[in-house]
Ligand binder design. Structure first.
Ligand SMILES: Cc1cc2nc3c(=O)[nH]c(=O)nc-3n(C[C@H](O)[C@H](O)[C@H](O)COP(=O)(O)OP(=O)(O)OC[C@H]3O[C@@H](n4cnc5c(N)ncnc54)[C@H](O)[C@@H]3O)c2cc1C
Length: 283
């Protein structure tokens, strides 16, 4: 159940330079949000992030309001930032400072957006198989990378691992399954092997699930063995939950991957809990 958040959001701060122009909900606590600048977009590279925020009333500050903002990997193609905006795939963190505010915003609400930032970008001209490993919403930067490569007509072969608690939490599932199917049939798509996994296979929510089970970091070694992914033919990118990232990295280093061939984006520092003491379920 969603917690009540009674903070007053400033609807018209002069610092606002963007608006929430689209939103669609995957579940009660997972959503796709598109934020668009008032003016021209700032160009970004797939894998980079934007920081979005709103001002809330706070009588303890000299101005009476303060910004609450957080960074989000862009999931959309950089090529549509100007016309459509930046799509972000976000999990609501119960007890978190920003996401409960984001969930309350109506379409058209004004926002502050800055960026891009970040170095979690594709290595130029690397034709090896791209092993994309993510937990939860950590799949966002990989979706952007693939959309961009597709548009440029030079998709790089990819193996896409995404771990969640429940199958219903698999964001971009239809898109990825569609890409995989079309490519296998030789009718477009993206040359990707999509390998989702659920960490709670016996939960009622996962009834009927016939895919892999276990945490995503636990399927890295078996998938590499099954598909013949080696340090010679593969480069790895890992994004999301820090514990998952460190475990997956350890596995890859153990398989002989040199450290620079394992790129990482941590969504929060290891060991940190939500500010308000809430819990989260991104696996
Ligand atoms: C470079 C970067 C890119 C990011 N991109 C995304 C993204 O694309 N999508 C996204 O949902 N989040 C992303 N995050 C996380 C995001 O910035 C916020 O930390 C998150 O939305 C929680 O904000 P909050 O203010 O509600 O919670 P806070 O009060 O800041 O609490 C933070 C705590 O919430 C938990 N938490 C944070 N993010 C998640 C999450 N995704 N799933 C589960 N628990 C979480 C952790 O315990 C963390 O310590 C990214 C973070 C970084 C550093």
């Amino acid at each position: 159940m969603l917690e009540l958040d009674e903070r007053v959001i400033d609807t018209d701060a002069p610092q606002y330079n963007a608006s929430l122009v689209a939103r669609s909900d995957e579940t009660e606590s997972l959503g796709y949000f598109t934020v668009k600048f008032d003016g021209s977009a700032t160009p970004f590279l797939s894998g980079q992030y934007m920081t979005i925020g709103v001002f809330v009333v706070d009588p303890t500050t000299p101005t009476g309001t303060k910004i609450v903002q957080r960074p989000y990997s862009v999931a959309s193609d950089p090529g549509i930032a100007d016309s459509t905006g930046y799509e972000l795939y976000v999990r609501l963190v119960q007890g978190g400072l920003f996401t409960p505010l984001l969930w309350r915003l109506p379409l058209g609400h004004r926002m502050r957006m800055i960026g891009p930032k970040g170095k979690f970008t594709l290595e130029p001209d690397d034709d090896r198989t791209h092993l994309f490993i993510s937990s939860g919403t950590g799949n966002a930067p990989f979706v952007s990378m693939m959309k961009m490569l597709l548009r440029e007509g030079r998709p790089r072969k990819a193996v896409f691992l995404n771990g969640v608690s429940y199958a219903g939490d698999l964001g971009y599932r239809a898109l990825l399954e569609g890409w995989e199917r079309d490519s296998a049939m030789g009718s477009g798509g993206y040359p990707v092997q999509y390998i989702p996994t659920v960490s709670r296979p016996s939960a009622p929510e996962n009834a009927g699930w016939s895919g892999r089970s276990g945490r995503v970091e636990a399927i890295v070694a078996p998938v590499c063995a099954e598909l013949g992914l080696t340090p010679d033919n593969t480069i790895a990118y890992i994004c999301g939950n820090p514990d998952m990232i460190l475990a997956a990295e350890e596995t890859l280093l153990g398989l002989g991957f040199p450290e620079p061939q394992v790129k990482k984006e941590l969504y929060w520092p290891k060991g940190k809990e939500p500010t308000g003491g809430g819990t989260s379920t991104d696996e």
